[in-house]
Design a binder for this molecule. Structure first.
Ligand code: FAD
Ligand code: NAD
Length: 455
């Protein structure tokens, strides 16, 4: 028998965005129901950012040890995946147990309902046989799932997604990675550093295809240096698994790749049909939930995170969550502003970008000046030695004299990005940036050289 229950706000999906909204609104005194189908915290802490960055930290240490002979003497580092797997279980995910996160929400006064939420008209959500009526409204924060391409033979094979990769108790001896985006390149490098023979197959003509071409070239260069085979402009035609090994046949040639594991990292998608968004007048076949600047998706309806399609990053979800919280509490605040959207691919070296690429800027018809300066040509890059690959690329709107895009690749490239992020967000004039003091000898000092090289 179905029951109707009241709440002020129902949050469907408790990933980074939803968990923040549910907890903050509960702390503000609202009666909040948080609905979660799997683990409170979502993809990022259990299968995404956090465990993958632990893997990367470990792989980077091994790579640094490999650089010792050039600069400092002898070092022997023996890879042991057991340490990585142990840390992911013990420190990151509590063996994929979300009790602490559930308790955290309860302590803030939120009610956790475990199950799959479904809209049932404006301000109504069903979970199993329970229906919740939300006086203020509903927040959709259900994230994305891996998109599995329709490659013949793939379905039904024991392919890996990011979830299997972060849960691995030992590295495979060999692995084909389908997709050379952020997940593909980060995990390819990690597994290669733990002695796995990795091949990346990327359909576009370069890795990290959304970023500057030089970013993709750098990613390919460093992956190859780690022993990874990088195939760009390549697509899988057929996949099979014989019980032990995968065989991947490529389009347009007879090449066959064999590997113990196949990791599918070909993007993410959201399923709005199962959320029944049609009951609130939204298109269930759409790829994303469209939102306005205050994250409203309709009357008494907000959406945040990956499902909004504004950048599948935890920091985007958290940024949007903050805006939605303000709006739900009736507090004024600025609209979401994605001009200075930063993202970092945590390869070694890190590849960070913010704002527009040169191509995106030119496609908008802007008069553009650009520059690119390599990290090894800087004092700090030269001192650093092995592992110093990278560059600063700047994109300036020449008519307004402000930066609108930048890439910071190199050791700590993601940290160096911060200054460029501020410059673009705050529209600091290039003329002012050119006349400030940059610490010697930092990696970020390369930004000064790049500003001087704008043409
Ligand atoms: C391997 C990997 C590495 C990543 N690394 C980074 C990184 O370094 N930095 C970064 O910024 N981002 C990274 N990301 C992306 C980041 O994880 C996502 O952008 C982020 O988790 C999205 O947050 P979200 O709030 O949209 O919700 P999600 O984390 O996607 O969580 C959504 C939640 O909703 C639940 N849910 C779904 N449908 C329903 C329903 N109908 N009812 C109830 N609950 C439901 C799900 O179970 C899930 O818990 C990475 C992703 C992956 C896969
Ligand atoms: N460091 C980070 O912030 C980080 C790390 C990992 C993931 N993420 C987020 O997660 C999202 C998903 O990551 P992702 O790497 O799965 O997606 P992605 O969209 O970044 O990259 C997918 C890649 O797969 C390629 N591809 C698609 N179909 C293919 C096919 N059939 N054969 C060969 N190549 C194919 C695409 O051309 C694309 O380059 C990212 O966009 C990012 O927002 C972020």
């Amino acid at each position: 028998m179905s029951t109707n229950e009241q709440a002020d706000v129902v949050v469907v999906g408790l990933g980074p965005g939803g968990e923040y909204i549910a907890g903050t609104l509960a702390e503000a005194g609202l009666d909040v129901v948080g609905v979660e189908a799997e683990l409170v915290g979502g993809e990022c802490p259990y299968w995404g950012c956090v465990p993958s960055k632990m893997m990367i930290r470990a792989g980077n240490l091994l790579a640094e040890a490999g650089r010792v002979p050039t600069l400092a003497g002898d070092a022997v580092a023996t890879p042991d995946w057991g340490r990585v797997a142990g840390r992911i279980r013990g420190e990151a995910t509590d063996d994929w147990n979300d009790q602490m996160a559930a308790d955290r929400l309860a302590a803030k006064g939120g009610r956790l309902i475990r199950g799959r939420g479904r809209l049932a008209g404006p301000r109504r959500v069903t979970v199993g046989d329970r229906t919740f009526e939300a006086r203020r409204g509903v927040v959709l924060a259900t994230g994305t799932r891996p998109r599995i391409p329709p490659v013949p033979g793939l379905e039904g094979t024991p392919y890996w997604t990011n979830r299997d990769a972060v849960a691995a108790k030992e590295p495979p001896a060999s692995m084909v990675v389908l997709g050379g985006g952020a997940i593909g390149v980060e995990l390819a490098q990690v597994f290669a550093r733990f002695t796995c023979a990795v091949t990346v197959i990327e359909g576009q003509d370069r890795l990290l295809a959304q970023e500057e071409p030089a970013a993709g070239e750098l990613a390919a260069q460093v992956l190859r240096a780690d022993g990874v085979t990088v195939l760009t402009g390549a697509r899988a035609r057929q996949v099979s698994h014989d019980g032990t090994e995968f065989t991947v046949r490529l389009e347009g040639n007879e090449q066959m790749l064999s590997a113990e594991r196949l990791l599918v990292a070909t993007g993410r998608h959201t399923d709005l049909t199962t959320l029944a968004v049609d009951t609130v007048g939204l298109d269930p076949t759409a790829a994303v939930v469209p939102t306005d600047g205050q994250m409203r998706a309709g009357e008494g309806l907000w959406a945040v995170g990956d499902i909004t399609g504004r950048g599948a990053f935890t920091h985007v979800s958290m940024y949007q969550a903050e805006i939605a919280v303000r709006d739900i509490l009736g507090q004024p605040g600025p609209d979401a502003d994605y001009r200075a959207l930063p993202r970092v691919t945590f390869t070694d070296p890190e590849i960070g970008s913010v704002g527009l690429t040169e191509r995106q800027a030119r496609e908008r018809g802007l008069r553009v000046r650009t520059s690119m300066v390599t990290i090894p040509s800087s004092t700090r890059g030269w001192i650093h030695g092995p592992g110093n690959q990278g560059f600063i690329k700047l994109v300036e709107d020449a008519d307004r004299g402000v930066l609108i895009g930048a890439t910071s690749a190199g050791p700590a490239g993601g940290e160096v990005l911060y200054g460029l992020n501020v410059a673009i967000h705050a529209e600091v004039p290039v003329d002012r940036l050119q006349h400030m003091i940059y610490t010697y000898p930092t990696f970020h000092r390369t930004i000064e050289a790049a500003l001087g090289a704008l043409r």
